[in-house]
Ligand binder design. Structure first.
Ligand code: ATP
Length: 405
């Protein structure tokens, strides 16, 4: 912290009694100028001092808050077991001790068995926690009517037909399966490279059947919600039952259902528990009502075969990268709302974009639009698409791993 600046000396005036009136006047004038200068200097110093005082005040506030936080003791997390007239029975997490405790009247009315609460050292309930619902909400995405229809998906006619048979038919016309005497598939697994439309297919079938779309990412289950995977899988199925008809979509299922590894780290054990819970839920799903389970993976080769047994993910649908005709259609779909110049030729673009996925074609069309905007045009031309393609291919080759000899 800088030191305070020194205060200027007080100006003094010694008048010689021998001075003529003119000399006196001149001396007084000079003294006045000196006083004005010192005054201005003091004003500046006052401003600086006031700024520093504000800074110190903020610092004091911050330290007081920190001190307050350090002084309050931590609270324990517990679950309400029973609300009685004599008090509330809670079970403390970790120790599993059951305690009959008191609770403020305003909280008493709000509490229900199963609520999570924070208790202090003497186990009195301080507050209720909504963290579980938060974790549930964070881990799962719910859409009541997804904004995707089959018409938005290009080049996947066979896959659309298969998804309709495996998901749409059992939801809309379950009797047909009873009449024929066969079980509808329990789970549908979409597998194929990234960005090929697997999520779109699942959302479109939810839209078509008026079902709630509930998405959970396998990778998040094991990365973000460590220790909660199995419980969240249970919650996922409960949530689906509350929202029937529903489609449960588990993206990146390989994260929870990879071939067992040899190592026995706690992370692996957690993944195993999550997968076992998933299998349990699926196995106990005979009377499944109006719920369909769809999963997706880019790593079919890594999947534990246990999840592919009959009664689990028993319908496999391969979703490949689009062929030339498919790419042409995907270009048309993603340029529906764009102003295009007459020279744009999707057939030619489809021929030049071998190996691009649907997602890459979508970003190529956006990139082409950006080139037009940069050029201050409102119409997108064929040259913009070609430039966008060159950029996307360059970006890709720049991110490709370098092979060391
Ligand atoms: P990932 O395996 O990476 O999760 P995915 O196969 O689930 O990918 P989607 O999320 O369905 O891919 O697709 C991403 C985006 O790419 C979509 O929002 C869509 O705009 C576009 N897209 C992909 N495939 C197609 C397609 N066949 N037709 C139209 N658009 C597509």
């Amino acid at each position: 912290m800088s030191r305070s600046p020194s205060i200027p000396d007080r100006p003094r005036l010694d008048l010689d009694p021998e001075m003529s009136p003119e000399e006196r006047l001149e001396a007084l004038r000079e003294h006045f100028i000196t006083i004005a200068q010192v005054n201005a200097e003091l004003d500046d110093q006052l401003d600086v001092a006031e700024d520093r005082r504000d800074d110190f005040r903020e610092e004091v506030d911050r330290l007081e808050r920190e001190n307050g936080a350090l002084k309050t003791s931590s609270l324990y997390v517990a679950t309400v077991e029973e609300v009685t007239d004599d008090g509330v029975v809670v079970k403390q997490h970790g120790t599993n001790q059951e305690i009959l405790t008191e609770v403020a009247p305003q909280l008493h009315d709000e509490l229900e068995a199963g609520d999570r609460v924070a208790v202090n050292d003497s186990f009195s309930i301080q507050t209720t926690l909504s963290a579980e619902t938060d974790a549930r909400a964070q881990a799962m995405q719910i859409e009541h009517s997804p904004e995707v229809s089959y018409g938005d998906i290009g080049g996947l006619d066979d896959q659309i037909r298969e998804v309709r048979e495996a998901v749409e038919l059992p939801l809309l016309d379950a009797d047909q399966f009873d009449e024929v005497g066969i079980e509808p598939p329990t789970g549908v697994l979409l597998h194929g490279p990234p960005g090929t439309g697997k999520t779109m297919l699942a959302r479109a079938v939810a839209k078509q059947t008026d079902a709630t779309f509930i998405k959970m990412a396998g990778s998040e289950l094991v990365r973000k919600f460590i220790g909660e995977g199995a419980r969240l899988v249970r919650d996922l199925f409960e949530l689906a039952m509350e929202n029937e008809p529903a489609i449960i979509f588990i993206d990146e299922i390989d994260a929870v259902a990879s071939t067992r590894t040899e190592s026995k780290t706690s992370g692996d054990a957690e993944v195993q528990r999550t997968m076992m819970q998933l299998l349990n839920e699926m196995d106990g799903f005979d009377d499944r009502g109006d719920i369909c389970i769809v999963a997706a993976t880019n790593r079919f080769d890594m999947l534990d075969r246990a999840i592919l047994r009959p009664g689990r993910f028993d319908r496999l649908i391969d979703v490949p990268k689009p062929d030339e005709v498919g790419r042409d259609l995907i270009f048309q779909i993603h340029t529906r709302n764009m102003s295009l110049a007459d020279d744009v030729d999707f057939e030619a673009l489809a021929a030049e974009t071998d190996d691009l996925s649907g997602a890459e074609i979508e970003s190529l069309t956006t990139e082409a639009g950006m080139f037009a905007i940069r050029d201050e045009r409102t119409e997108v031309e064929m040259a913009d698409f070609r430039e966008a393609l060159a950029k996307i291919t360059d970006d890709e080759s720049a991110t490709e791993p370098v092979a060391f000899q």
